[in-house]
Design a protein around this ligand. Structure first.
Ligand code: MG
Ligand code: MG
Length: 261
């Protein structure tokens, strides 16, 4: 089993700082999301902002990934590469961002709507975000990873959505991805016991249709097999006593028009 690194308070403070930069970067991206904007332009906005904060984009160069953001539109689930695609009214666009500063990482994702989106899609976004918070409620000392996973799965499946299984949340700290894995499905009472010092990224990827996914030929982009939309929300979270501490924040992101769901 891979080693789990428990963080000191001063290390959690560093993750808190990186997480705040990620949140602000996503808010900058959110402000720019509208019909006619390319996903490459969003990437540029995030990169300049992160560099202006004395931090570095965590994804660029990670296993060869070429960009600052993962931008995944509509049926794309995660790991979309920003490029020439022009956003259009009704699209939903998941933006995933990671930052490293002072050797510690922060990681967060938000799914935005472009202009007016359908009621069905808005509901998918809302339920996916709710699933994330249901998981976070369980991220407390004495619980287990399976409690987080089961809470996410139950909420999404109660709405008959597909919960992606192949991609999972993760520990985070001096590395972007650390043990333990944080699946978005599972059984209560199973898995690693949660204790203070553990910092995890919880990130449900929820499909409007079936849970099955496929890998695109670019080697990165993951899409739904049935072509239906998918949503993705992620917070970096420190395990707490009685209550988790969410180190990233959606508060500033949700001041933007693209995030009114
Ligand atoms: Mg992420
Ligand atoms: Mg992550």
């Amino acid at each position: 089993m891979k080693t789990i690194y428990y963080k000191t308070e001063s290390e959690i403070q560093k993750i808190r700082e990186s997480s705040l930069i990620v949140s602000k970067a996503l808010a900058e991206v959110g402000k720019a999301i509208k019909p006619g904007v390319t996903t490459a332009e969003l990437d540029k906005i995030a990169e300049s902002f992160i560099l202006s904060q004395g931090a570095r984009p965590a994804f660029k160069g990670y296993k060869g990934f070429p960009a600052t953001l993962c931008v995944s539109v509509n049926a794309q689930v995660v790991h979309g590469i920003p490029g020439g695609y022009t956003l259009k009214e009704g699209d939903v666009v998941s933006v995933d961002c990671g930052v490293v500063k002072d050797n510690f990482y922060g990681d967060s994702a938000y799914t935005f709507g472009v202009g007016k989106i359908s009621e069905d899609t808005a509901k998918l976004l809302r339920v996916t975000k709710e699933s994330l918070y249901k998981g976070i409620e369980e991220a407390v000392e004495g619980n287990r990873i399976g409690d987080v996973s089961a809470a996410i799965e139950e909420h999404a499946e109660a709405h008959s959505y597909g919960v992606v299984r192949e991609l999972v949340g993760h520990g985070i700290g001096r590395n972007l991805h650390e043990a333990p894995d944080v699946p978005n499905y599972g059984r209560k009472g199973n898995g690693v016991k949660l204790q203070r010092g553990l910092v995890i990224a919880i990130e449900p990827m929820i499909n409007m249709g079936k849970r099955d996914i496929k890998q695109e030929a670019d080697g990165w982009t993951v899409t739904t097999k049935d072509g239906k939309p998918s949503a993705h929300f992620e917070h970096t979270v420190a395990i707490g006593k009685g209550k988790a501490e969410i180190l990233t924040t959606f508060d500033i992101i949700e001041k933007t028009e693209a995030a009114q769901f």
